[in-house]
Design a protein around this ligand. Structure first.
Ligand code: NAD
Length: 542
C-alpha cells in the first residue's frame, strides 16, 4: 500500500448565511421546516448496525407549540445500554486500527454534507426541536458543528505530528493511542453543535462511543446521526441511546471498559457523575478521563468610561439571544451610577422593540420559546419572587405564558442587593439582573464580581480606559475561562475563541481545541536503539 505524510485541508470557519428576505437559503429552510412540521418521525436507538425500536416511546414537540407532535423516540432498557457497550467494544478493534486519514475523511465529509445538502435539515430540525430562530440555528447547527469537524481534523493531524527529539543512535516515537475501552458522551439540549461534537471528537481520535443526547434534542440529534451515516461512519463507532439518564449512566459507569466521559450540561449532574466514577474506580481497567463543561453565571461589568449604547447592546444580545439559554449568556450586570440610567433606558427600548415571543417560523421573531415546561415554571417562579422581593424590581418584561408555547418575556431585574438570588444562581433563561455600583467603588466591584458566584465561565468588561481594562483583566483572572473586552460574553467561534470555564463551570478542556482532543488519546512512547549495548560496564568503572 502506498504511504505518505498527508496534509489535511486547511480549516476555515464556515461563513454564516444571512437568511435575509428573498435569499435562497431562507426559502429552502422554511420549506424544510414545513416539511418536518407536517410529517412525523419515529427515532430508534442506534446500536451497532441495528435500529432498535423498544416500543416504549416519548413524543417530541416544538417548545413554541407544545401540543404539536413531530414524532416519537424510543427509550432504552438497561439491556440496550449493555448491548450498546458490547457493540462499541466489538467495533473498537477495526476502528482504532483504521489509518487516521480514513477517519479524518469521514468527519471532513460530514462537515461538507452539513455545509451543503444537510444544512437546511440541520437548521430546520434545530428550529423545531430547540426553538432557535434561524440565525441562532445557523450559527449552531450549521456553522459551529462544521467548524468543530474541520478544525478538529486539523488539530488531530497536529497532535500526531508532535514528536520527541531523538539522540544519536536511537529513534523516539510517540503514537497517540485511543483510550482502552469506550467513551461516554452526554450532551445538553442547547447546542446541536455540542451534541455532535462530543461523540465525534472522541471518535475522531479512534475511540468508540456511547452517546446519550438530551431528551429535548433527540429530533435534531437524529439528523446528526443521518449525516454521520451518510459520511460513512462504520456501525458501532457511535452508539446512540436515550431514556432514563440515571439508569443509562449507572449501567455505563459500571462497565470495567468505561475509559472516559465527555459531558456538557449542568454542574450538579456533572458533580454527581464524577462522584459515581470515583466510587467505581476499582472496577475500571484504566483511570477514566473526565471532561465536563457545565454551568455559568456570566457577567458584564461596565466602567464609567464605557459608551452606554455599546453596553446596552452587549446586554441585549448577551442576555437574550436564544432566550438566554447559552451557558455563556450574560445574566448578571454591574453598571456605574453615572451612566446607569442612560444604559437602562437603552436596554428597555431594545426589549420594547422585540416582538412578543413566538415561533421561529416567523422570521421577524427575535425571541422564541424556552426549552420545556420545567424551565418555564422555574423561570416564572423566579420572576414572581422578584416581583415580591423588596430588594428587586422588574424594569422590563416579567410576563410569561405557556398556553401555546413556553414563552417567557425577556426580563430585566434591577436589584439593590449584589448578592440577590438571581445575581448568583444560574437560571438559564431570558432573565438578566442588574446591580448599580458607585463609580468610586470600581475596584471593590471587581472583587464583588469575582466572589459572587461559584462559576467561572464567561465575562465581559466594557471600558474606554486602558488602565481600567488592565485592572479588570487581572482582578477577574480566575472568574472566566472566556474573557471579553468591549464585547458581549457570548458567541465563541471554533478555532478563534476555544471555549470553556473553570471553578464550577467545568474542567476547562476547551471544546474545539487541541487540548480537548488530547484527552481522548493515551500516548505511547516507543524508543528504538539501533546499536544495542552488549556490556553492562560503563566507562567510569574503568
Ligand atoms: P442537563 O444537566 O439537564 O442535561 C445535560 C445532559 O445530562 C442531558 O443529556 C441529560 O439527559 C443528562 N442528565 C440529566 N440528569 C442526569 C443524571 N442524573 N445522570 C446522568 N445524566 C443526566 O443540562 P441541559 O439543561 O441539557 O443544559 C443546560 C446546562 O448545560 C446549563 O447548566 C448550561 O450552563 C450547561 N452548558 C454548559 C456549556 C459549557 O460549555 N460550559 C455548554 C452548554 C450548556
Amino acid at each position: 500500500m502506498g504511504k505518505g505524510f498527508f496534509q489535511v485541508p486547511t480549516a476555515i470557519n464556515e461563513p454564516v448565511k444571512s437568511y435575509a428576505p428573498g435569499s435562497p437559503e431562507r426559502e429552502e429552510v422554511l420549506k424544510q421546516y414545513k416539511a418536518f412540521y407536517n410529517s412525523t418521525i419515529d427515532v430508534p436507538l442506534y446500536i451497532g448496525s441495528e435500529e432498535i425500536r423498544t416500543g416504549n416511546t416519548k413524543p417530541m414537540s416544538p417548545p413554541h407549540e407544545h401540543q404539536h407532535v413531530l414524532g416519537h423516540y424510543h427509550l432504552a432498557e438497561k439491556s440496550h445500554v449493555e448491548k450498546a457497550i458490547a457493540n462499541g467494544l466489538e467495533a473498537r478493534e477495526k476502528w482504532a486500527n483504521l489509518t487516521w486519514e480514513q477517519r479524518a475523511a469521514i468527519f471532513l465529509k460530514a462537515a461538507e454534507l452539513i455545509a451543503g445538502p444537510y444544512r437546511a435539515k440541520m437548521n430546520a430540525a434545530t428550529m423545531l426541536a430547540q426553538s432557535k430562530n434561524i440565525y441562532q440555528a445557523e450559527i449552531d447547527a450549521a456553522c459551529e458543528i462544521i467548524d468543530f469537524l474541520r478544525f478538529n481534523v486539523e488539530y488531530m493531524s497536529q497532535i500526531y505530528g508532535e514528536q520527541p527529539e531523538s539522540a544519536e543512535g536511537i529513534w523516539n516515537r510517540v503514537e497517540y493511542r485511543p483510550l482502552e475501552g469506550f467513551v461516554y458522551a452526554i450532551t445538553p439540549f442547547n447546542f446541536t453543535a455540542i451534541a455532535g461534537n462530543l461523540p465525534a471528537s472522541a471518535a475522531m481520535m479512534g475511540n468508540v462511543v456511547i452517546w446519550k443526547p438530551s431528551d429535548s434534542q433527540v429530533y435534531s440529534a437524529k439528523v446528526i446521526v443521518d449525516v454521520f451515516k451518510e459520511a460513512g461512519l462504520p456501525d458501532g463507532v457511535i452508539n446512540v441511546v436515550y431514556g432514563d439518564p440515571v439508569m443509562i449512566s449507572d449501567t455505563v459507569l459500571a462497565s470495567p471498559d468505561f475509559s472516559g466521559i465527555h459531558f456538557t450540561g449542568s454542574t450538579h449532574v456533572f458533580k454527581a457523575l464524577w462522584k459515581q466514577i470515583g466510587n467505581n474506580i476499582d472496577k475500571y481497567k484504566t483511570y477514566p478521563r473526565i471532561v465536563g463543561e457545565t454551568g455559568g453565571k456570566d457577567f458584564i461589568i461596565a466602567h464609567p468610561t464605557a459608551k452606554p449604547q455599546q453596553v446596552a447592546t452587549a446586554i441585549t444580545r448577551g442576555a437574550f439571544e436564544f432566550q438566554g439559554q447559552k451557558c455563556s449568556a450574560a445574566s448578571r450586570v454591574y453598571l456605574p451610577k453615572s451612566t446607569a440610567d442612560e444604559i437602562l433606558e437603552l436596554v428597555k427600548a431594545d426589549v420594547a422593540s422585540f416582538k412578543k415571543p413566538g415561533s421561529p417560523e416567523d422570521m421577524s421573531n427575535f425571541i422564541t420559546a424556552v426549552i420545556h415546561e420545567g424551565a418555564f415554571d422555574k423561570l416564572a417562579s423566579y420572576i414572581e419572587q422578584a416581583k415580591a422581593d423588596k430588594d428587586a424590581e422588574i424594569i422590563a418584561g416579567g410576563g410569561y405564558d405557556k398556553s401555546v408555547g413556553y414563552f417567557i418575556e425577556p426580563t430585566v431585574i434591577l436589584t439593590s442587593n449584589p448578592k440577590y438570588d438571581t445575581m448568583c444562581t444560574e437560571l438559564f433563561g431570558p432573565v438578566v439582573t442588574i446591580y448599580i455600583y458607585e463609580d468610586a467603588d470600581w475596584s471593590e466591584t471587581l472583587k464583588l464580581v469575582d466572589s459572587t458566584s461559584e462559576y467561572g465561565l464567561t465575562g465581559a468588561v466594557l471600558s474606554a480606559d486602558r488602565y481600567a481594562i488592565d485592572e479588570a483583566t487581572k482582578a477577574l483572572q480566575n472568574c472566566a475561562g472566556n474573557f471579553y473586552i468591549n464585547d458581549k460574553p457570548t458567541g465563541a467561534v471554533v478555532g478563534q475563541q476555544p471555549f470553556g470555564g473553570a471553578r464550577a463551570s467545568g474542567t476547562n478542556d476547551k471544546a474545539g481545541s487541541m487540548q480537548n482532543l488530547l484527552r481522548w488519546v493515551s500516548p505511547r512512547l516507543i524508543k528504538e536503539t539501533f546499536v544495542t549495548p552488549e556490556d553492562y560496564r560503563y566507562p567510569f568503572l574503568g
